[in-house]
Design a protein around this ligand. Structure first.
Ligand SMILES: CC(C)(COP(=O)(O)OP(=O)(O)OC[C@H]1O[C@@H](n2cnc3c(N)ncnc32)[C@H](O)[C@@H]1OP(=O)(O)O)[C@@H](O)C(=O)NCCC(=O)NCCS
Length: 175
């Protein structure tokens, strides 16, 4: 997953300096989330929002938001549920938002950012248990993207997909 980017990649938690109004990824709900809700979510402790800065420290090339999320073992596929307790919630990590600015699309920025997210969530899972990384696809195109990235659909909710931490760790170990 080491992709060379067209700019020097710098990551930062969302800050006031980041020009949110200029961000456009082609999916309105994601733009609106960044512009109107991300700051509040950070303040309230509902999500950790990170920015991949573009050509300057105010420029947003991409962003993502992570939160904790519990699921029921019964929500998962039979194969993945093997060995999991059915009587209590399964702690997971939710990648609630993930987007790249339209001007950088198709240049490996999404792949780079996802690689970064996978490193971050597996490192965090060493300290705070998490069974899987979950994503909610905003539409069919996004769902196709997550399937392309190796995510597995929840049998009960087709737009929700997951990737076991065990699988992510294996991928990272073979990099
Ligand atoms: C989806 C998105 C993050 C991809 O970012 P990107 O920088 O254009 O993607 P990359 O250039 O890094 O491509 C990475 C891989 O994903 C594939 N890909 C990109 N968009 C895809 C799509 N919509 N469907 C399937 N595969 C896709 C690329 O072909 C590439 O495949 P490869 O590694 O086999 O060559 C970006 O287009 C985006 O922000 N879209 C709008 C928001 C969105 O849908 N977010 C995700 C769902 S919540």
């Amino acid at each position: 997953m080491s992709v060379a980017l067209p700019f020097d990649p710098k990551k930062s938690p969302l800050k006031k300096r980041h020009k949110r109004a200029d961000f456009s990824c082609g999916k309105k709900s994601l733009d609106v989330y960044l512009q109107r809700h991300a700051g509040q979510d950070m303040k309230r402790g509902l999500a950790a929002v990170f920015i991949l800065e573009g050509e300057s420290e105010v420029d947003i090339a991409g962003f993502y938001a992570l939160s904790s999320q519990s699921i029921e073992a019964g929500d998962l596929t039979e194969l993945s549920v093997k060995g999991l307790p059915v009587e209590r919630p399964i702690p997971c990590t939710l990648l609630g938002q993930f987007a790249v600015h339209e001007k950088w699309k198709g240049q490996g920025v999404g792949a780079w950012l996802l690689g970064h997210v996978l490193h971050e969530v597996t490192a965090h899972a060493e300290k705070v248990g998490s069974f899987a990384l979950i994503v909610d696809a905003v539409d069919e195109e996004a769902r196709t993207y997550w399937l392309h990235c190796g995510f597995i659909p929840f049998p009960s909710t087709q737009n929700r997909l997951f990737l076991p931490m065990k699988t992510i760790k294996k991928w990272l170990d073979t990099e």
